[in-house]
Design a protein around this ligand. Sequence first.
Ligand code: ADP
Ligand code: GLC
Length: 477
Amino acid sequence: MKKILFVTSEAHPLIKTGGLADVCGSLPKALAELSQDIKLIIPNYQALKTSESVRFLCSLRVDNRNINILETRMPDSHVTVLLVDYPAYFNYPGNPYVDEQGEPWTNNAERFGLFCRIAVEVAMNRGHLDWKPDVVHCNDWQTGLVPALLSLEHDRPNTVFTIHNMAYQGLFPGSAAAELNLPGKLWHPAGLEFHEMLSFIKGGLVYADHITTVSPTYALEIQTAEFGYGLEGLLNHRKEFLGGIINGIDLDQWNPETDPYIAQTYTAATLAKKQLNKSEVQRKFALPVNGSVPLFGLIGRLVEQKGIDLIVECLPEMVALELQFVLLGSGDKVFEKQLQKLADLYPEKIAIRLGYDESLAHLIEAGVDSFLMPSRFEPCGLNQMYSQRYGTIPIVRKTGGLADTVVDTLPETLAQHTASGIVFNEADSGSLLEAIKRTMILYSLPDAWKKMQINAMNKDFSWQNSAEQYLVLYENL
Ligand code: ADP
Ligand code: GLC
């Protein structure tokens, strides 16, 4: 049994802004189910919610500040949660990274710098918890200073750093290194410095004993200039210690047989009932209720990564086809405006909901026929897996985890019972439109469509396999 300290800035259901939370909520649970002794450490944000009781554990002193550690539990699990309680940094409305106006907190370097220092204290068993981990598993830039600081300690635990997204690196002015009191030994171009800036993510990439990312394809992509953002050389240099482990999904939370958020539960054997969810989506989005028109959907952050510009370009041509499209998301204000304008122009075909809505996300997964993910890059992506579990056919661009989890529908893959979606290559609106047309042809062939749905629903996206791969990695460190 390994003792694992799992360091993250978000974890569902405590706090979530995206897929990082889904993964950091469900992977620790899967590791606990494999009988590992795991504690998750996370800042105690004002917006953090827990149904479990919270108790005071201890107080730590770092940089002349007193920080309390509180203890709670991940709902429905044996995973202990350590909350880093420092109200001056974390007790504000807004999300972990931005304020209520959507502006990044001006003191993000200090906030996550302090969080990392506390994680190091706990990792070195200086928090009087009488528990010293064998492995410290860090996630994304917010935790990047942990492997760096631990590298200076004697008799330290091993470190793993998981990249969920290379596009977010935690870059701050170089002066932040001194303000954060970082040891001079870490401040050089082969360390935390990146073109005279302080790079949190480099702390993980340079100093962690092992680096993982969330799909095998993305592990290769980030070693190229297109996806590496200037860090491809470093990643290539460390490739012996870099690998991809595909994310799993929480099969209890995303289960069409029991999902409390959908209008009608169903299974692969009762697929016809999925239609009731389609009508409910059409009603909720004020579109004509029509069972036979193909309904396309998209849920996600409205940012360039997700190929939203391709959708905006494609929609005026899509409306010439017999289809409907619903979208739930928020993000870039320019995209929000462009989408709203199109929805106003074509109210019979396009409907959007700007904002974040967990229950509507479940209903869309259950109700639409096909789910669009034309991402420019996608480290793993979760919605294409949720879609398949709900018998909803994903249309994805062949990149990152999308390439690893969706099998394109071709005569041979249909014959082999593996076809589960539509895959296209180029990041342009013409290729996307072609993929949509191909989907509509398949939709008009009920037998082929049903086969794709059943193949998709039968796929195994559980954590079991991936959690075991992490365990093997921990053992080999
Ligand atoms: P990323 O982490 O890059 O945003 P993922 O596909 O890994 O992408 O995960 C996104 C997660 O966030 C999914 O669980 C998705 O359903 C959820 N999500 C994104 N936007 C919204 C929204 N507007 N409302 C509800 N859930 C959302
Ligand atoms: C990131 C990526 C997404 C991935 C998620 C969880 O947010 O953008 O592709 O699924 O992390 O690993």
